[in-house]
Design a protein around this ligand. Sequence first.
Ligand SMILES: Nc1ncnc2c1ncn2[C@@H]1O[C@H](COP(=O)(O)OP(=O)(O)OP(=O)(O)O)[C@@H](O)[C@H]1O
Length: 129
Amino acid sequence: MDFRDRNRRGVKRLLAAFAFALQGVRDVVTHEKNMQLHLIIAAAVLALAGLLRLPLLHWVLLLLVIAGVFALEMMNTAVERVVDLCTEEFHPLAKRAKDIAAGAVFMYCLFAVVIGIILFLPPILRLLK
Ligand SMILES: Nc1ncnc2c1ncn2[C@@H]1O[C@H](COP(=O)(O)OP(=O)(O)OP(=O)(O)O)[C@@H](O)[C@H]1O
């Protein structure tokens, strides 16, 4: 499929967009260490949720938070790549753009940890009693 072919219509266009999006997912999963770390942590969190038999609503919250981390990490990577494309020189604006994008992931992860504590602490304490 040629990315310059703008004449695709209907299902073909949808399938092409889907294929390009999957290429993006494969790209970050294979090349980005941070994304690989997020995947390992997400797998561990979901395994723990299974062991502790968390209620369905808690599973939904966990999946929302995990999806948010994945999506933000991908947007951060996209910002990094675009900045690298714009300049290979040191530029204060390039630094601000990259650091703000990384800060967005950090902020979200911070709140994800708090949500994790709220969801996991009570069943863990119950188990230890
Ligand atoms: N072109 C640039 N101009 C100014 N500062 C930059 C530039 N590129 C990166 N930086 C800054 O240098 C630091 C390290 O960036 P570096 O490029 O090593 O990692 P990254 O691009 O943020 O992530 P990755 O390692 O995943 O590519 C960050 O604070 C970043 O903002």
